[in-house]
Design a protein around this ligand. Structure first.
Ligand SMILES: Cc1cc2nc3c(=O)[nH]c(=O)nc-3n(C[C@H](O)[C@H](O)[C@H](O)COP(=O)(O)OP(=O)(O)OC[C@H]3O[C@@H](n4cnc5c(N)ncnc54)[C@H](O)[C@@H]3O)c2cc1C
Length: 271
């Protein structure tokens, strides 16, 4: 099918983009890898597409003191190639290998993925595991939103109408911190059946699962457990995965436990 007709604007300044987006029925267009298929399938019909790919304020990846700031327009391919990400946010460097396929990685952006909040996407879980902060802008100004406050439900976020994600800030990994990423998918590059982004430091653990609920979720009970077996048991309190077309809730929980075991062992191994 073809997309319904829409007007198109490509602003050069963030303020101009925000003014256009403050109109009802306007939608931001970044890499278009999710939005365009959804228009073609007539799942949404915005009157105006605001192409944000010309906004310099949303570009670039750089280390700023103790955080790596990734502009919302950074593509999956740029993240994959980034030295700052490889060195200071190794969890994300591992995760991006699992995001879609090369053609999609060349256009899809981190801002688009976080704004979409697909429950089976990799980045929201990485943002939770690493306690990232999203920088968001609207006509009223800028605000910062912790990842733990950002993902509200199935394709739902804390973004207010007309707001844009400008950047996401990941704390640079310290020497005594460990991270591990694991994902099960039918084919490499497909959305996950179940996935896990994990973090450990000084007795603190964070296990962020994706593909196991209506959004990426932190498994708080498992993170408190004293050993792996207790953590695997505790996971039933954290996750009640919905069935998908091919997997029952019990299968998904079993797979989540398999991933928990794999990452637990990696977190315990010195780099
Ligand atoms: C075949 C296929 C396989 C895929 N596999 C995976 C996968 O395994 N894992 C995965 O995570 N993703 C996957 N994707 C999705 C891909 O990663 C998209 O690139 C991503 O979800 C959306 O990014 P985008 O830049 O293309 O956003 P767009 O499609 O342009 O926009 C998506 C939504 O986000 C909004 N938006 C975009 N940028 C911003 C911003 N800065 N601020 C606020 N709102 C914004 C748009 O208005 C729209 O609602 C796949 C896509 C396809 C087509």
């Amino acid at each position: 099918m073809k997309a319904p007709s829409f007007a198109y604007a490509k602003p050069r300044a963030l303020e101009e983009a925000l003014a256009l987006l403050s109109r009802a029925e306007a939608k931001a267009l970044a890499g278009g890898q999710s939005l365009i298929p959804s228009l073609n399938m007539r799942l949404s019909a915005p009157e105006l597409l605001v192409d944000i790919t010309g906004l310099e304020a949303l570009k670039g990846i750089r280390l700023e003191q103790d955080v790596v700031r990734i502009g919302a327009l950074a593509t999956h391919a740029e993240i994959e190639r980034s030295e700052a990400v490889a060195k200071h946010v190794p969890l994300l460097a591992e995760a991006v290998q699992h995001v879609a396929h090369p053609a999609i990685r060349n256009r899809g952006t981190i801002g688009g993925s976080l704004a979409l909040a697909d429950p089976a996407a990799e980045y929201p879980a990485c943002a939770l595991a690493l306690d990232a902060t999203l920088v968001v802008a609207g006509t009223e100004g800028r605000r910062q939103v912790k990842a733990t406050e950002f993902f509200k439900g199935l394709f739902e976020t804390a973004l207010r109408p007309g707001e844009l994600i400008v950047a996401v800030e990941f704390p640079a990994q310290l020497k005594d911190q460990r991270t591990a990423f694991a994902e099960l998918a039918r084919r490499h590059g497909d959305y996950a059946i179940v996935g896990l982004a994990a973090f450990a430091a000084n007795g603190t653990k964070r296990f962020a699962f994706f593909g196991a609920a209506d959004r990426a979720v932190l498994a708080r009970h498992a993170a408190q457990a004293k050993d792996l077996e207790a953590a695997k048991q505790a996971l039933a309190k954290d996750l009640q995965p919905p069935a998908d077309l091919y997997h029952s809730p019990a299968t998904k929980l079993h797979l989540a436990r398999v991933l928990l075991e794999r990452t637990w062992n990696r977190l315990s191994t010195p780099r």
